[in-house]
Design a protein around this ligand. Sequence first.
Ligand code: TRP
Length: 333
Amino acid sequence: MFEGKSILTGVKPTGKPHVGNYLGAIKPAIELARQAGRFSLFIADYHAINAVKDTELLQKEIKEIACVYLAAGLQPDKDYFYRQADIPEIHEITTILYAFTPKGFMNKSHAYKACVEKNLAENKPADDGVNMGLFTYPTLMAADILAMDTDIVPVGKDQIQHVEIARDIAGAINAYFGKELLKLPQYYARENIAVIPGIDGRKMSKSYNNVIPLFEDEKTTKKAVYATVTDSKSIEEPKNPDDVIVYQIYKCVADSQKAEEMAEGLRNGKLGYGHIKGMLLNEILEKTKEEKEKYDYYMAHYDEVKGFLADGAAKARPYAQATLKRLKETIFG
Ligand code: TRP
């Protein structure tokens, strides 16, 4: 399905990923990469500065996200792995896109609309705390995508609209000039994307404060796993696995046979909550052991990572340059 296709995705460096991100987004992205003709993954650092202005924090988050993706199996020699800030043509392309983007597209964009709704609910002015970076961000995102002649953008549900905006802008430009200047991208949202529950049973998310951290030491991981919410049933009492959050998380980490064993043990009163928390902890530590070693290595050898990112930018930039050239030649003659 993806053979020969150009697949691209961007990640905002805003906080170290947790186990939910890892299983639900990062691992699946790497699997897609192996099927793609060309896989681009870039760190959306210009998107991040709309929210994060602290230089040290930004540097830390860029470093962490880069090391996480490398640990997860991104292949810097094969894939296109770069920082958005290293492809300046993206911004010239953005400016061109502005001229073909109805302002209404931005008014309707989820990220902006959510801010406005929150402000109004709190009796604040509609645009309180909204900067132009946030307001126009779907256009920058469109440039990220269109610059690289992207066929497919794998996304979570919240990003579908943005890919559609990119497609609409590209379509408008192509229609205006009567030729295919820009490739029309398609989004790809996996059907039954796994929602990994957090330790309180809601979706695992930093904003709910219910995450199991990724690539941390055993003690930190254990603390989170053992804080998973349970009721007070004794070991012997039969438990319905569907009501047990530890099991719900375990199911996402362990293979189906192991998951069935835990389910059986819960149903017939052989396993208590202490046991299954231990099983979950071990499974997480075991499943991420090799990757954690790689992560620690890259964190300690960041110069190597910076080298990969520079090489990635050198590989990616010619695509953005060619796209910009096509646009400028057509528009300005
Ligand atoms: N907006 C995306 C997010 O918030 C990140 C992103 C920026 C992106 N540019 C992109 C994703 C281009 C896919 C393609 O997660």
